[in-house]
Design a protein around this ligand. Structure first.
Ligand SMILES: [Mg+2]
Length: 163
C-alpha cells in the first residue's frame, strides 16, 4: 500500500504540464481534480490562465477531463464554463471513475495522467488505476488542508520532477 501512495511526479501547479512535456511522456489525456488543483474551493469560474492552458493542450490534441469528488453543482458549472467533460461524486481513491473517464475518451491507461492536490484521493486513485500520478501544491489551503499537506510531505518528497 505504501508505494501506491507515492506520486510519480510533483509540480507546483497544473501550468507546469506543458504540451511539450506531456507529449514527451506519451500523454494525450489529462484527468484533473477540481478543488484546490484547478480552482480554490471559493473559486467559481476558470481563470484566464486556465483557459489559456486548456487551449494550448487542445491545440496539441491533448484532452482534459475533470474527475472530482465534490457532490455539489460546482463541478458541472466549472466544467461547462471551461468547456471540458467531467465526472463528479467520483469517490477517489476508487479507480472506477478514472477508468470510466478514460474509456469515455477512447484512451488507454498508458496515455493518461491524473493531476491532483491530495495523496489519499488523487494519487492513490491514479496509482490504483495504473495511470501516472502528479501531485500539485494545493491552491488555497485552509488550516485543515495545511495540516494534511504537512502530513503528506514525506510521501510528496519521493515524487520526481516532471521534466
Ligand atoms: Mg482537491
Amino acid at each position: 500500500m505504501f508505494t501506491s501512495l507515492i506520486p510519480k511526479f510533483s509540480v507546483k501547479s497544473v501550468f507546469e504540464l506543458t504540451p511539450e512535456l506531456l507529449k514527451k511522456h506519451g500523454i494525450s489525456l489529462v484527468l484533473t481534480d477540481l478543488d484546490n488543483t484547478l480552482s480554490p474551493y471559493s473559486g467559481q469560474e476558470p481563470t484566464d490562465q486556465l483557459i489559456k492552458w486548456k487551449n494550448e493542450l487542445f491545440s496539441s490534441s491533448i484532452d482534459i477531463f475533470i474527475v472530482s469528488n465534490t457532490k455539489t453543482e460546482r463541478a458541472e458549472r466549472f466544467s461547462s464554463l471551461w468547456g471540458v467533460p467531467y465526472i463528479d461524486g467520483a469517490k477517489k481513491p476508487s479507480p472506477d471513475a478514472l477508468t470510466r473517464a478514460i474509456r469515455s475518451m477512447n484512451k488507454t491507461v498508458r496515455e493518461t495522467l491524473l493531476v491532483g492536490d491530495q495523496i489519499f484521493t488523487d494519487v492513490w486513485g491514479a496509482n490504483r488505476a495504473g495511470i501516472l500520478s502528479v501531485i500539485v501544491e494545493p491552491l488555497k489551503p485552509n488550516i485543515l488542508h495545511t495540516l494534511r499537506y504537512i502530513a503528506e510531505l514525506p510521501l510528496r518528497s519521493f515524487a520526481r520532477k516532471f521534466e
